[in-house]
Ligand binder design. Sequence first.
Ligand code: ADP
Ligand code: MG
Length: 701
Amino acid sequence: MADLSLITPIEYLKGVGPQKADVIKKELQIFTIGDLLSYYPFRYIDRTVFHKIRQLDADMYSAQVLGRLIGLKEVGEKRAKRLVGQFKDETGSIELVWFQSITWLQKSLKVGSAYVLYGKPSVFNGQISITHPEMEPYQAQVKNLGNMTLQPVYSSTEKLKKFNLDSKGIQKLQQTALETVFRQLTEQLPAYLLAKHQLMDQARATVAIHFPQSQEELTQAIKRIKFEELFYIQLKLLKNKQLNTKKFRGQIFSKVGDKFNTFFKERIPFPLTNAQKRVVKEIRQDTVTGAQMNRLVQGDVGSGKTVVALLTMLLAIDNGFQACMMAPTEILATQHYTGLKELLGEDICNIKLLTGSTSTKQRRIIHEELENGSLDILIGTHALIEDKVKFKNLGFVVIDEQHRFGVEQRAKLWRKNSIPPHMLVMTATPIPRTLAMTMYGDLDISVIDELPAGRKPIKTVHFFESSRLRMFGLIREEIAKGRQVYVVFPLIKESEKLDLLYLEAGLENIQREFPLPEFKISIVHGKMPVKDKDFEMQRFVKHETQIMVATTVIEVGVNVPNASVMIIENSERFGLSQLHQLRGRVGRGAEQSFCILMSSNKLSKEGKLRLNTMVRTNDGFEIAEVDLELRGPGDISGTQQSGVLELKLANLATDQQLLSEARNSVIDIFKEDPEMTEERHASLRQYLARKTDGIAWDKIS
Ligand code: ADP
Ligand code: MG
């Protein structure tokens, strides 16, 4: 057995073999002995705690009772056949029920004997009972208690159970694995880090997570393993960043020129907020270092990211480069285009729009101007990344609403210039700091954490169906004041037909309440041809209509400062970040704005928490924290590429402190020993060499 190691395929472990190995691979994605050892229990049963029968209730996850079996009989016929036992202690008695292994149980269980019973209490006919409890004779149990206080529980599947790999069976494999490879569990983290963060060593932690001797030992083992997971992700991310900085020479924007100055001194209609100034400065500093910038700007809806992007694009143009800005939808790209032209005026630079519906003739002009360098700024959708689109000298790329674009698309923009352009990624979905550090650990992060002055916080209320008339009343009042209103219906991908039904029924309802000619309504949904959509949008933008009934297509970026009411129908069906995005469509002007969350009376616990969170706060970062706790990082878009999902134990919502410690340790290492040549970092250097071998760096940004 001496030649087995952590990377030995699982079938060579004693007691596994090819057949079992197949099932283990398929069901658990465990391929090696090392994989098995990092398949951790998902909970532990505390075998030191005993319950009295009187304490049992159906809410308990599990219970352990010491008592006596006082009766056992078979009841029912054929498929309804079952074995029913009576079990009692000094506080009462309960029924035990078995549907399987009846003959065997009748032979092995002894009426009158003492047992330690373990199982999940449930209610049947108003009585507490336990189905399929585990029964251990009292004497045997006592002997076991000495060496096993916390019993690990591994999740298993029906298929695995057919191969005797229920939780207990997996535990047995873990035991074999540990006995086989224990000596090879050598420490990989530098000793000084273990000392500094008071971490248990690797071998001990691996044993303790599977066979904890005490709660304290388990806590220490978990801490060690979580730290390690977070540490290695950070190590990889910061290594990428280091390599990028070295590998990619960046354009140098050495001067601030006429275009920037003209706009900044003469045209800009408002003073920048301090946060905006800070971010512009951060970008400016990045663009003079000679290395390529990769920066993420996080800012809540309405925090004014667009003008920051504009200022920095002007900087690029002043230094002889072209710039482009990519948005995820045609509506948004068009709006950026009109918005920027309005801000800039006609004379500062040549700016054009390229989307799927740009005419062939216009396209030809754009291609030509791009290649001869006379086009300064190109705004567009993903049409920008097509190979036909060639720039003379692309120096600066802005990507708005980042999470809708994949890494691959970002990389394509990089390659549009021999020296890659600086990249500015803007996202309006605030991400908790911990998640940002992990998802975008290789980007620099700027935060616009301040809204322009004079904005009144949006008032948010949650109405049930019974308050529908009050909701209509508010719409009427606001329209009378000259404001405009959004009414949004959910869009559920699985059933587009149903979505339209909702929308149509809702629309009829609203048309009845707000009839022509006094009221005019725009309607926008995803199934409409782009032209019609734009037409309807434009009517609303120009205030020819007062109400916009829409599905979530208006979620991103739409800017109509005169709109002051956002009604969200069936709001319980939306996720938190979506609700927050939608709400951000109002509150953009100086007027008091409102958001009304309509919902049915039937709310799940989570649904209620989401709506309450919306009512309680306008702070996108706070909302993002709750969202992360509710959904976990796996459901938050963009995480797939980030390594977050490699986390087995660490939890980004609850382990923020540990994550900071891990990240700071990595930052220190890159500061003190950037190439990891010191002896104390030898194992990390080897780790990175293994992990980064053969990676195509241009695919990673
Ligand atoms: P977002 O960050 O959501 O993209 P925008 O850039 O669309 O926000 O800005 C929202 C609105 O706020 C726009 O109408 C914009 O002109 C305005 N705005 C941006 N910065 C300021 C500022 N410093 N003071 C006042 N209004 C501002
Ligand atoms: Mg925006």
